[in-house]
Structures are given as structure tokens and as C-alpha cells.
Write a protein that binds this ligand. Structure first.
Ligand SMILES: NC(=O)c1ccc[n+]([C@@H]2O[C@H](COP(=O)([O-])OP(=O)(O)OC[C@H]3O[C@@H](n4cnc5c(N)ncnc54)[C@H](O)[C@@H]3O)[C@@H](O)[C@H]2O)c1
Length: 320
């Protein structure tokens, strides 16, 4: 029995953003058509932290995987990351494991790609300016993904830690399609001229004022994932047409929508499948909320594995 082992660097090589966006189209389309099996997330608590088990099987593309995510707040004291993720890709015909891959990089790429897909379907074609809240890991892949679908020229970047924002500018300087990134010191000045607003923060309270959004803006909110937490304010929710990754998951986890008792208009997969419209007018404000669904990991892992096999990335280990 051969298993391919893939590092973070292999995953990044194997899954460029345009391919990842295409993979998310497959994932959400099947998910909203009822062509996937996604059991409830398993949860294992220890005295030091929590481990989550996230399995998914997609019936049409025949992708199957389990992501294992450990959140151990004391890890930085041991010089280890707080969050560690691993994905095991399985063959749905035989149940045999096919690959083990680093999951934090996979998560960042697939989450960014979900935001990119939403921008492709919902942001105005002539979008040029992004307001980006948060300068961490997810913010980077969110921006990469939007750059893959719209000709962005300028980014207004706000992070509560200016050093994080400065590091972000440094890290993205060498991107071939890097836009101009202006660090703003006041969140209120970030949104006014933005065509696309992305919230990719760890904030428990709203990061901008929805009154400041101009008509036609598309908003992606991907940071908050607890029912009592709001990263996006109620004014945005009231002004926007709301699209989610999963109705069920968002009604369970997304305080942004649960607290204001928001009406969800569509799952992104319903738009992909042609059952709901994409952007309906130049003035429409749209809000895509994603909390993450395990189908994303399974489809992304299959795309990584296919490319890795073709390019012989990683190492193949005989387990027998
Ligand atoms: N939706 C999904 O599928 C999904 C997937 C992975 C992570 N997440 C979530 O995304 C969030 C960001 O993750 P990350 O890995 O990028 O974290 P990170 O720690 O690398 O970056 C978060 C950044 O947000 C900044 N921040 C906090 N409050 C802010 C505010 N009010 N305004 C502006 N910036 C602020 C922090 O200073 C930090 O730089 C987390 O909440 C994480 O759980 C969601």
C-alpha cells in the first residue's frame, strides 16, 4: 500500500489559486445539490486543547478525505503552532488511504479560494479597490484569490497591529500581480472607496461600519465562526443580499447572521448550479459568509494529490 506524503510546500506547489477556485466550484456545487456526505464534526477535548475531525465524501467527483485539526492554545510556549492541521485523502471505492498532507496550508488556500469564487460570482466586473481587514494568514490567500478573478489595483489594508500590516506589505511585494497596498490607520477610512471588502480577522466585534459601504460593494466575511461573535455588523447584513457556503453551518456558527436573525438568500452552490442568480444589479450589495465546510478540504486534497502524482511531488511510502 503506497501513501504519498506532502508537505506545506508541496501543497502550495500543487494547488495554484485558479485551480483551487475551480475546485471550490466543484465542491460547493455538489454540496448544494445534495451530492455529498458531510457528517457532523467530531470533537475530542483533552486537558490541553481540542482536536476536530472533519470528514467528507463527494459523490460525483468521488473525493473523500478527513481533516484533523488540533487547537492547543499552550503550544506557542512549546515553540509549536496553536493550530495544526493534517488531511488524509482516501479512496472512496476501497477506503484505502491515498495521501497524508499538511492541512494548514490546504485550509488557507481553500478558504481563500472560496472567497475568490464568491467574488467571481458576486463582485462587480469593474472592481478595482479592495478593503482588507486583517493581515494574517487567511488575509493573504483571500487577497490572492480576489486578484485571480478581478483586476484589482489598490488595497486599503487595516490590522489592529500596524506591524502585522507592514509585514503583509513586505510579504506580498514580490507577487507578480501585486496591487498598491495602502496601510490605513483608521478602519473607517478603509471602506468608502472599496468595491470589495474582505474581513479576515480574529475580531469578536464588527471591524467596519456597514453605513460606509458604497452601493454595489461585495463583502466577504470569513473570520468569525461562533454564534456569539460578529465580525460583520448588522448594518451590512441589513443592506446586503446574503450568500453563504452552507445554510446549516452558518445558522449554527455564524454570529454575524445568527445575532441579527438574518435572512439567507442563497448558498453559493445554488448560484453555481443555476438555481439562484449571481449579482443582480450594479447597485446590489452582496455579503458572502463562509465558516468552512469539509467538502472544501476533500476536493482541494484530491486536486493536490492529482497534481502531486503527475509531478511526483512529496514522497511515496510503502506502508505494507
Ligand atoms: N471560514 C473558514 O473556512 C476559515 C478557515 C480558516 C480560518 N478561519 C478563521 O479566520 C480568522 C483569521 O485566521 P488567520 O489564520 O488569518 O489568523 P491570524 O492570527 O493569522 O490573523 C488574524 C489577523 O486579524 C487581525 N485583527 C484582529 N482583530 C482585528 C480588527 N478588529 N481589525 C483588523 N484586524 C484585526 C490580527 O491582528 C491578525 O493580524 C480566524 O478567526 C480563523 O478561525 C476561517
Amino acid at each position: 500500500m503506497q501513501i504519498r506524503i506532502l508537505t506545506a510546500s508541496d501543497v502550495k506547489k500543487a494547488l495554484p489559486m485558479p485551480r483551487a477556485i475551480e475546485a471550490m466550484r466543484q465542491a460547493f456545487g455538489q454540496f448544494s445539490a445534495g451530492k455529498s456526505t458531510v457528517p457532523l464534526r467530531g470533537r475530542l477535548d483533552t486537558e490541553k486543547g481540542t482536536t476536530l475531525l472533519m470528514p467528507a465524501h463527494l459523490h460525483e467527483s468521488r473525493d473523500m478525505a478527513v481533516k484533523i485539526v488540533s487547537i492547543y492554545p499552550g503550544n506557542p510556549g512549546l515553540d509549536l503552532p496553536t493550530i495544526a492541521a493534517t488531511v488524509v485523502a482516501l479512496d472512496p471505492q476501497t477506503g484505502m488511504p491515498l495521501a497524508i498532507m499538511e492541512g494548514t496550508s490546504l485550509t488557507a488556500i481553500r478558504t481563500g479560494a472560496a472567497g475568490g469564487l464568491a467574488a467571481q460570482l458576486l463582485a462587480r466586473e469593474d472592481s478595482r479597490t479592495v478593503a482588507l481587514f486583517g493581515a494574517g494568514v487567511q488575509a493573504k490567500t483571500q487577497l490572492q484569490a480576489v486578484l485571480a478573478v478581478r483586476a484589482i489595483q489598490k488595497v486599503n489594508l487595516y490590522d489592529i497591529y500596524e506591524d502585522a500590516a507592514k509585514q503583509f506589505v513586505e510579504d506580498t511585494r514580490t507577487w507578480p500581480n501585486a496591487p498598491i497596498i495602502n496601510i490605513v490607520s483608521n478602519p473607517d477610512t478603509a471602506v468608502g472607496d472599496a468595491d470589495i471588502v474582505i474581513a479576515a480577522t480574529t475580531s469578536a466585534t464588527p471591524v467596519f461600519n456597514g453605513d460606509d459601504l458604497k452601493p454595489g460593494t461585495h463583502v466577504t466575511g470569513m473570520g468569525s465562526f461562533s454564534p456569539d461573535v460578529q465580525e460583520i455588523d448588522e448594518k451590512t447584513v441589513a443592506r446586503a443580499r446574503i450568500v453563504v457556503d452552507s445554510r446549516e453551518a452558518c445558522l449554527e456558527e455564524a454570529g454575524d447572521l445568527i445575532i441579527p436573525r438574518a435572512t439567507i438568500d442563497a448558498e453559493i452552490g445554488e448560484i453555481i448550479n443555476g438555481n439562484k442568480p449571481g449579482r443582480q444589479s450594479p447597485e446590489e450589495i452582496t455579503f458572502f459568509k463562509t465558516v468552512g465546510v469539509a467538502v472544501q478540504d476533500a476536493v482541494a486534497a484530491a486536486a493536490v494529490l492529482a497534481e502531486a502524482q503527475q509531478r511526483n511531488l512529496g514522497i511515496s511510502v510503502d506502508m505494507s
